[in-house]
Design a protein around this ligand. Structure first.
Ligand code: 13P
Ligand code: SF4
Length: 342
């Protein structure tokens, strides 16, 4: 966990009364506290359904910046909740499980990142939003998988660039933009799990199916994809493509929104390598960090006002700068898929 982020350990200050109607209690607390619940597409179905807004990293950061709710309950991972606090510091920002991290964040420590920057004094640093507030504070521009290509294309062609921490996304962007960005060697444990052999097998069994993949996947998976994009991009693709069957190579909880938006279409989760070894294996393409947030923890966080994101003000201001550059340079884009809570 990043050292200047204070997450008071409010984890379980009270037991949950047996038989409690969690949905009704969360709705009551949301109204009482003037709270907004933001959720990423990788969250449990029940959390997606109770959220005021479900989106990708970029849409969630925009939503966090513009909300006038007193409390932002962020159902996602810590770097996302940190961004909400950085862009909207007067709000209370809650994260149902304070340990909900990200393998990309863990792969890129601030000291190593700073040394990397110092070793490349002529390079500017474009950093994927999946990193700690400390690494953001050491970066020039933050990007997400929705806006990275458009932002790179606004930079002078001869400008040398460092890209951290996802090497697969960086490699994909180098190919798309013709750049030669120097890449940090991090990766997402979830997207590295997809099996090329099983995907080829699945494609052979479903010849009409289109494959949509997130650019955090390794090149071997991306080469088999008909569409590559952020979570919101994938949702837009499956909604607008005339195809009826889709294989989805990203965290499978996103299929919940796809099925809701397109009940007549069929969605198949791309298989992970563990499934090749053992047919009864866990679906290891589930993000273990996102899975830490549960309806119970969401309720307790709202009841106890914690775990809460707190940031040192100097760090917040330094991390804000490259996020603001991102927001200025992002194409306006279409409104995200969103939903009102039931
Ligand atoms: P998106 O920005 O596409 O939502 O991706 C976030 C993420 O963590 C993917 O693993
Ligand atoms: Fe991080 Fe990968 Fe989980 Fe996204 S899916 S939050 S990149 S570990």
């Amino acid at each position: 966990m990043s050292d200047s982020v204070v997450l008071p350990d409010f984890q379980v200050t009270s037991n949950i009364a047996p038989g409690i109607d969690l949905k009704a209690e969360i709705n009551r607390l949301r109204a009482d506290k003037n709270a907004i619940i933001l959720a990423h597409y990788y969250q449990d179905y029940e959390i997606q359904d109770i959220a005021d807004f479900v989106g990708d990293s970029l849409d969630l950061s925009r939503k966090a910046a513009e909300t006038d709710a007193d409390v932002i309950v962020f159902c996602g991972v810590r770097f996302m909740a940190e961004v909400a606090k950085i862009v909207n510091p007067t709000r209370t920002v809650l994260l149902p499980d304070g340990d909900a991290g990200c393998s990309l964040e863990e792969a890129c420590g601030p000291q190593e990142f700073q040394a990397w920057r110092e070793a490349h004094p002529d390079h500017i640093s474009l950093t994927y939003i999946n990193c700690s507030a400390q690494v953001k504070a050491l970066s020039d521009i933050i990007v997400t998988s929705s806006n990275a290509e458009a932002i790179i294309n606004q930079l002078p062609k001869d400008q040398p660039i460092l890209f951290a921490p996802d090497r697969h996304l960086g490699h994909f962007l180098n190919k798309k933009t013709g750049r030669d960005m120097v890449l940090w060697p991090g990766s997402c444990i979830v997207h590295e799990e997809f099996s090329e052999d099983l995907l080829l097998q699945l494609k052979a069994e479903h010849k009409q199916a289109q494959v949509a993949a997130h650019p955090e996947c390794p090149d071997t998976i991306l080469e088999l994809a008909d569409y590559i994009g952020s979570t919101r991009g994938i949702l837009n693709f499956v909604a607008t493509d005339p195809g009826q069957e889709f294989i989805i190579a990203t965290e499978p909880h996103i299929i919940h929104q796809m099925q809701k938006d397109n009940p007549e279409k069929t969605f198949i989760a791309a298989p992970g390598v563990s499934e090749a070894r053992d047919v009864d294996a866990c679906p290891c393409t589930n993000c273990p960090y996102m899975a830490l947030n549960t309806m119970e923890k969401l309720y307790q966080a709202m009841k106890n006002d914690g775990p809460r994101i707190e940031l040192d003000e100097d760090l917040r201001l330094r991390a804000l700068k490259p996020i603001e550059r991102m927001l200025e340079m992002s194409p306006k884009g279409t409104a995200a898929a969103s939903q009102a809570a039931e």
